[in-house]
Design a protein around this ligand. Structure first.
Ligand SMILES: CC(C)(COP(=O)(O)OP(=O)(O)OC[C@H]1O[C@@H](n2cnc3c(N)ncnc32)[C@H](O)[C@@H]1OP(=O)(O)O)[C@@H](O)C(=O)NCCC(=O)NCCS
Length: 365
């Protein structure tokens, strides 16, 4: 899940880091001492109890979200995510009220109208869960999945996911997503459904000073804002490096009708691009990504350019753990690790080359 730390001050940002660190630390200790190991086992037993209860409940109705449900889905995302983290002693991921999570239905419906699924309680009509997905040319991407805390552990997410994988199977397409490595509920949901982790990322939070970032990279000066004319080259670069195509998303970011997106590009030879990365600036998500780069130096150049647009804020970006040079740069810039994520694919996965810089909003896949 996305850790959105739109903290204006370094103090607030470091508090956000500390909250996630405490959460991560708690997890690590839990794996190492016997009492905690027992509590992990008993918590997995506790998970089975609702399953018995579930048998008495009728199946949720899985259907497309209606236009009049954007606020209800935003509230579900807000409550579900914050409750999950609060139950594990971590601070809220979303702050400022449920309206901040309207970013999700607004963006996903702008990209792919009618693709948001909800699970409705068949007797009460209450929303039990929601999930976003996008059928693209090469694959289906899966966005944020949420279940209302009242229905955690009752198979609601599994049913939403099944609807999406059935649709992908019918289209003959793989399904791709990026999921938290700390959240075993979502990690297991996906791996049980046949997803395979392919790449691991560390989520880095960087406090960008009001005066800008005092750092440089070899080709930083060649980076410029993207225009719509760059979209075909962005699509070609991503397809060359990762084998996926999603030109509609890139056109949406560059057009920026929501006023929250920006994209930077680094030109190469013969009209090709060597790197690009976007970013979103919204109270519901402040992240740098998605993007790809041929080399770690090229990734550093576009990252610095895009991060610098978030002066006075603390954006999060994801770095592949095996991009050792880029990881070292991120530390040198003052970055702090706040989470870990895994790129998961169900079905065919072309090899990934270069540097991938994924995001959750919208998901990279
Ligand atoms: C993650 C989340 C969506 C899961 O929803 P849910 O409805 O509680 O999940 P389900 O009950 O459908 O369980 C999914 C499957 O994972 C399995 N599972 C869960 N934890 C597991 C573990 N530690 N090991 C193995 N399997 C596990 C469950 O048994 C279930 O499989 P089964 O039905 O075949 O037994 C829900 O906890 C949530 O909304 N969390 C907050 C938001 C969030 O973190 N979203 C995901 C990131 S985007």
């Amino acid at each position: 899940m996305s850790a959105d730390h739109d903290a204006v001050s370094p103090v607030a940002a470091s508090n956000a880091v500390r909250r996630v660190y405490q959460h991560a630390h708690g997890r690590l200790v839990a794996c190492c001492d016997e009492a905690s190991a027992r509590s992990v086992v008993s918590s997995s037993c506790r998970r089975r109890r609702p399953a018995l209860h579930w048998r008495a409940m009728p199946d949720p109705l899985v259907r497309a979200m209606r236009p009049d449900e954007w606020d209800a889905v935003a509230e579900l995302i807000y409550v579900s995510t914050n409750a999950w983290y609060a139950a594990r002693g971590a601070g809220p991921i979303f702050t400022g009220g449920p309206d901040v999570a309207r970013l999700f239905p607004e963006t996903y419906e702008a990209l792919d109208p009618g693709c948001t699924l909800v699970a409705e309680h068949p007797r009460t009509g209450r929303l039990m869960g929601s999930c976003f997905h996008h059928p693209r040319e090469t694959h289906v991407s899966l966005g944020i999945m949420n279940v209302h805390p009242a229905y955690f552990g009752m198979g609601v997410a599994r049913r939403l996911l099944r609807a999406i994988t059935d649709d992908a199977d019918a289209r003959g397409l793989p399904v791709r997503l990026v999921s938290s490595a700390f959240n075993l509920d979502s990690y297991s949901l996906y791996t049980r459904a046949g997803f395979v982790p392919r790449r691991t990322y560390q989520d880095v939070l960087l406090v960008v000073p009001e005066g800008g970032l005092p750092h440089d990279a070899p080709r930083r000066a060649q980076v410029r804002p993207a225009t719509l004319a760059d979209v075909p080259a962005m699509v070609a670069l991503e397809e060359e490096l990762t084998g996926i195509r999603r030109g509609g998303d890139f056109a949406h970011f560059v057009t920026n009708s929501q006023g929250i997106w920006h994209v930077s590009v680094l030109e190469g030879d013969r009209g090709r691009l060597d790197a690009f990365v976007g970013s979103v600036a919204h109270p519901g998500s402040r992240m740098v990504g998605p993007g790809v780069a041929r080399t770690e130096d090229d990734a550093a150049a576009v990252l610095l350019a895009e991060l610098d647009r978030h002066r006075g804020h603390s954006p999060v970006f994801l770095v592949p753990v095996d991009a050792a040079g880029l990881v070292a740069r991120a530390y040198a810039w003052g970055g702090r690790n706040v989470e870990m994520h895994v790129h998961q694919v169900r079905g065919a996965c072309p090899p990934m080359h270069g540097v991938t810089l994924p995001t959750f909003m919208p998901e990279t896949g």
